[in-house]
Ligand binder design. Structure first.
Ligand code: SF4
Length: 422
């Protein structure tokens, strides 16, 4: 068996674990934010409906701020209050409601999983974290733990970005927080700490603490309900005491703030990047971010006067898999690096001819400008052209799906934020 982690990175005293649970839950009961999914989880008597309500919120909250999610969540639950209702929706409707929330595959996978529960599991949600993760596509370890603890009261921990921050600070874990050694340790700690009688509230409290008090850049340690259990804070206090003693010219011992005392500890900050002047925000330590890929796309806003007199724009549907799957966009094509404007125009004209059957002259395309949109892993620039058409055009239905929309219809459609910018 692997050696247990060094004691400074563990909660090994049962009395301290009890105290931490008590302090955290008392604070949560007093200070928690009133959020629609919490209200639903607390009042819904039906276990499947409760699990579904938590599931939707957890998927929406991945990579998205609470303030943004609230409105989307309310509209979603109003439109599809049950798994069965969601299973009957079309992908188009799902994308339409999801438009603007980003990471579109989340909505698609949520709906696919709902269909699976209805068709293969007789409409009943799996009842444990293990089964949720095993049986539902798109449900990972974190989401499974959140649904099971909040909806069914299973005593299982969760580890998300907020929990990583809090636990790394509580136990001075300064190694790369995405490394397998740290992740395994944090899951073991979360499972050991979770309150046995109120697991869902405990997990939400830990996440709430990370979101509202123990924040990444400016933690409010003075207001923290678990500060007496926090080793990062203790270390800062030790350093401050040392500095003031030194200022007063009093002889004092150099504080032991280098590491946990175990040579080569896999949980301490690397020896090359020791504890710096950042105080508690030395933790958690993240691996250097990968630079996003740079991409350029030529895109064309085709415009015509519709039969009711209003201006209409041509949109085409993206393929049903990959980035922004199934969403609508102005027709366009990716550009190779360093392509000159003349070549861009020609490539775009050829593309419009091929995809929309339009005999477009490259010279007729008017360059409007560039729009930059940063996806999580792509730094995308759209080079935007426009082309007003003075006659009606009929599109070949055998080619990729396309339609003409007014500006109002465009904004109500399943289009990405990037296209709205365009
Ligand atoms: Fe986070 Fe500060 Fe609380 Fe420690 S004392 S858990 S660093 S807010």
């Amino acid at each position: 068996a692997p050696a247990p982690p060094p004691a400074p990175h563990l909660f090994s005293d049962p009395a301290e674990i009890d105290a931490l649970r008590r302090d955290l839950l008392a604070w949560y009961d007093k200070c928690k934010r009133d959020l629609p999914w919490r209200r639903l989880a607390a009042t819904e008597a039906d276990a499947d409906r409760r699990a579904y309500a938590v599931w939707v919120s957890e998927i929406m909250l991945q990579q998205t701020q609470v303030a943004t999610v609230i409105d989307y969540y309310n509209r979603w639950m109003q439109k599809w209050p049950t798994l069965q209702a969601l299973a009957q929706a079309s992908l188009e409707e799902v994308n339409q409601l999801w438009a603007g929330l980003g990471y579109y595959s989340r909505g698609k996978r949520l709906q696919e999983a709902a269909r699976k529960v209805v068709s293969e599991l007789a409409g009943q949600m799996p009842r444990t974290a293990e089964d949720l993760q095993k049986l539902l596509p798109g449900v990972g370890r974190y989401t499974a733990g959140a649904i099971a603890s909040i909806s069914y009261g299973q005593a299982t921990g969760v580890v998300d970005g907020n929990v990583i921050g809090v636990l790394c600070r509580l136990r001075c874990i300064g190694a790369d927080s995405s490394s397998p050694a740290v992740i395994d340790h944090l899951w073991a700690m979360a499972n050991a700490l979770v309150d046995r009688s109120r697991p869902g509230d405990f997990n939400q409290a830990l996440m709430e603490l990370g979101a509202t008090v123990c924040m990444p850049k400016a933690p409010l340690c003075g207001e923290c309900p678990v500060k007496q259990h926090c080793r990062a804070r203790r270390r800062v206090e030790k350093e401050l005491a040392f500095a003031s003693q030194k200022l007063l010219g009093k002889p004092t011992l150099v504080p032991d703030v280098e590491d946990c005392g175990v040579g080569g500890c896999p949980l301490c900050p690397p020896a090359t990047e020791p504890w710096g002047s950042l105080g508690v925000t030395n933790f958690p330590r993240k691996a250097a971010k990968k630079q996003p890929r740079v991409a350029r796309t030529a895109t064309c806003v085709l415009e015509r006067r519709g039969c009711r007199g209003a201006l209409e724009y041509l949109v085409v549907q993206r393929p049903s898999s990959g980035l922004l799957a199934g969403l609508w966009e102005f027709p366009g094509l990716p550009l190779a690096q360093g392509v000159q404007e003349e070549q861009q125009r020609q490539a775009l004209a050829d593309h419009l001819r091929a995809c929309a059957g339009l005999p477009v002259a490259a010279g007729g395309l008017q360059l409007i400008g560039e729009v930059v949109h940063v996806f999580s892993h792509i730094h995308q620039t759209y080079v935007v052209y426009s082309l007003p058409l003075d006659r009606d055009v009929t599109l070949d239905p055998a080619l990729s799906p396309s339609r003409w929309v007014t500006e109002e219809e465009f904004h109500a459609s399943a289009v990405s934020t990037a296209m709205k910018k365009v």
